[in-house]
Design a protein around this ligand. Structure first.
Ligand code: B12
Length: 209
């Protein structure tokens, strides 16, 4: 099977075919990162484009997401087997009103593989819930994910709440997700931004204990 054929399986939402294709790519010696970026993420970008152009709708996007998750599941043990030294604790979550979790999950898995203890608050996480987690878990950093331009504003609310509660200096705040940029991160006063999970591992590493 070729990379493009697997991309087509993801776009069509064939989860079993995707999983099988990813296994075949691994057996052929392709690196995990290349499978993620070159095949899985690339396929989801096509799905996003087609949705934007009105060629497909939410149900198709949803089954494509399921296929992508099936592919990632095959790769997960390989990402986690790294077993490096303990780096500290991070809290991650997708912001309020936002249900996209593939990117957030991938960042979480890669951070775990790098040696972080990852507390995942899930999706649609209210700012108050991030605040509560900072108080209770005392993480070195929190990672906020947003995929919608209508929900990314919630990141600023989280930063404001931390400030208001006198906790801002105790925790680093990293942001990411398709509509988020380095410029936006600076604008809202976040400590860091990463465009993908691989870069996120490097950015979080700055705050390791
Ligand atoms: C799959 C998908 C869905 C699935 C999500 C399933 C799931 N469980 O996640 C479903 C069908 C549910 C969905 C719903 C919707 N979606 Co949608 N979706 C997508 C799609 C196609 C792929 C997203 C994805 O998984 N990408 C793959 C992952 C690996 O990439 P990623 O998420 O960007 O994450 C990487 C980086 O951003 C970064 N990162 C992510 N988070 C973080 C956090 C930190 C701290 C750091 C450092 C880095 C980081 O690292 C990640 C890994 O490399 C995108 C298109 C796209 N190209 O993004 C549209 C897209 C995001 N969706 C869109 C829209 C409009 C919607 C809906 C509003 C549609 C509707 N009319 O109902 C709803 C909203 C639902 C809601 N309330 O959240 C638009 C958003 C437009 C905008 N700018 O606001 C997009 C861009 C499609 C488009 N081109 O129009 N969607």
């Amino acid at each position: 099977m070729r990379a493009n054929e697997i991309k087509d399986l993801i776009i069509k939402g064939d989860a079993a075919g995707t999983a099988w294709g990813v296994e075949e790519m691994l057996a052929a010696g392709l690196a995990v990162d290349d499978i993620i970026q070159g095949i899985l993420v690339s396929a989801m970008n096509v799905v996003g484009e087609r949705f934007r152009e009105g060629q497909i709708f939410v149900p198709e996007m949803l089954i494509a997401a399921r296929a992508m998750k099936a592919g990632l599941k095959i790769l997960e043990p390989l990402i986690l087997q790294a077993g490096r030294k303990y780096l500290g604790k991070v809290v991650i979550g997708t912001v309020k009103g936002d249900l996209h979790d593939i990117g957030k999950n991938l960042v979480g898995t890669m951070l775990q593989g790098a040696g972080w203890d990852v507390v995942d608050l899930g999706v649609d996480v209210a700012p108050e819930k991030f605040l509560k987690a900072v108080k209770e878990q005392k993480p070195a950093a929190i990672g906020l994910s947003a995929l919608l331009s209508t929900t990314m504003g919630s990141m600023k609310t989280v930063l404001g709440l931390l400030e208001q509660e006198g906790l801002r200096s105790q925790v680093k705040v990293l942001v990411g997700g398709a509509p988020v940029s380095e410029k936006y991160a600076t604008e809202i006063g976040a400590d860091g931004y990463a465009p993908d999970a691989g870069t996120a591992v490097h950015v979080f590493a700055r705050y390791a204990s």
